[in-house]
Design a protein around this ligand. Structure first.
Ligand code: ATP
Ligand code: MG
Length: 393
């Protein structure tokens, strides 16, 4: 089977090629000793809050790649609520270190494959040995680096056994191939294609080389830029800015304290950035004004950084960009009880770009007109790749 995985700072999203609905689990985790005691299940979703051990099996000595004190497997992970309830410090992937060098991302990818293997074992009889072609999204700068491919193959190819402690289940799987694709390019591919893989009208124009698209993927901690033109060398145009949805959250916190004289907890603040309402004791306080202010400020800094990037690279010209495509969680609107309370960050970014004559660009984003949920744009691009590979056989 072909399994597509997008490991983000906030969560890992995955699906099997051909499937419509992605699975998702949080990317906060802790690593515990293999014999750590097994706690009861949480009342939360059992497939998102996990306690699992991943081990390599059928390993020859020559495959024992890493030095002794830095063993990658076996590893026991507690994810989401399972880990939080267990106490101690939870960790998250970090924006400063390349994604492919962070073990949590390997573990997340394998966890996603194991969850798919598990659901397959539940629906298919007789169950066959599971061999997997794995499709992963990474920042463009990493994918293009020399040795990247060898590295991820060394880490991820081979046979694994995964034990889900709270579910009382074990699966075995063989990772046969790993295909890595560039994050923002995937979002653009998803944007230019219909769900069945054929090109949209804009996709046709693009394929004829008539449009240049600037992909702006706003994640939790970073924004990835990628300049894409059909049949051209895309290497020249990839860049990461250390601004993301988390900055909206942090600024919102300051504005709430200034305007309402209380300081929200981390968790209520994270919710407030998505809803425009914040919990204060028994009350829900409307903070949409503060949220708008925070989004405007972040949109301002983002535009400034994007502009700076264009100025810093010879031959890059902001006026040549026809479409800026915003994807990622930072492009989601905030909603409370089904009502939109503030526009997506993308709309504020559009306002800033419209005011600057250096841009002559349509700012578009997924939630406005497409069926693709903005946080799944990269994943949908991976799925298109995987399905194209299947058709090629
Ligand atoms: N409904 C929402 N309204 C506003 N912001 C949201 C909403 N949902 C998610 N976000 C924000 O989007 C960010 C997460 O985006 P996304 O899931 O695309 O990131 P990621 O892919 O996990 O991270 P990265 O790309 O940095 O690795 C968080 O900062 C979160 O607060
Ligand atoms: Mg992302």
């Amino acid at each position: 089977m072909k399994v597509c995985v997008d490991m983000g700072a906030s969560s890992t999203r995955y699906l099997e090629a051909g499937e419509i609905e992605p699975g998702e689990f949080p990317n906060d985790y802790k690593i515990v000793p293999l014999d750590h005691r097994i706690r009861d299940k949480t009342s939360e979703n059992q497939y998102e809050n996990l306690d699992l051990t991943i081990e390599r099996i059928n390993v020859e000595d020559s495959q024992n790649l890493f030095n002794e004190e830095d063993k990658n497997f076996p590893v026991r992970l507690m994810i989401g609520e399972m880990g939080r309830r267990d106490g101690g410090r939870m960790r998250q992937p970090h924006s400063g270190t390349p994604k492919h060098l962070q073990k949590i991302n390997w573990y997340s990818a394998l966890t996603a494959v194991a969850l798919k293997t598990l659901s397959r074992a539940e629906t298919e009889i007789p169950k066959k040995e599971t061999t997997v072609d794995l499709y992963l999204a990474f920042p463009p700068a990493e994918v293009l680096k020399e040795g990247f491919r060898d590295f991820i193959e060394e880490v991820l190819l081979g046979d694994f056994r995964v034990t889900f402690h709270t579910l009382n289940r074990k699966v075995e799987m063989t990772i046969n191939s790993v295909t890595a694709k560039e994050e923002s390019l995937l979002a653009v591919a998803a944007y230019l294609s219909n769900l069945d893989g054929t090109l949209t009208e804009r996709g046709e124009e693009f394929a004829q080389g008539r449009t240049t698209v600037l992909s702006i993927d706003i994640g939790a901690s970073t924004t990835n830029l990628s300049l894409v033109k059909a049949n051209s060398n895309r290497e020249s145009g990839s860049y990461t800015i250390s601004i993301g949805g988390n900055q909206v959250r942090n600024r919102l916190g300051k504005h709430i304290t200034a305007a309402h004289a209380f300081t929200p907890t981390d968790e209520t603040l994270a919710d407030a950035a998505k809803t425009g309402f914040v919990e204060n004791g028994k009350d829900m306080v409307d903070v949409s004004k503060e949220l708008i202010k925070a989004k405007q400020e972040v949109a301002d800094s983002l535009e400034y950084e994007i502009q700076k990037y264009f100025e810093s690279v010879d031959g890059l010209n902001s006026s040549a960009v026809q479409i800026a495509l915003v994807s990622g969680g930072g492009s989601m609107p905030s909603t409370y009880k089904g009502e939109q309370t503030t526009e997506p960050l993308a709309v504020y970014l559009r306002q800033v770009m419209d005011e600057n004559p250096a841009w002559n660009t349509d700012v578009d984003f997924f939630s406005e007109k497409s069926e693709i949920y903005p946080r799944y744009a990269n994943l949908m691009g991976l799925k298109l790749t995987a399905m194209r590979d299947s058709r090629r056989g």
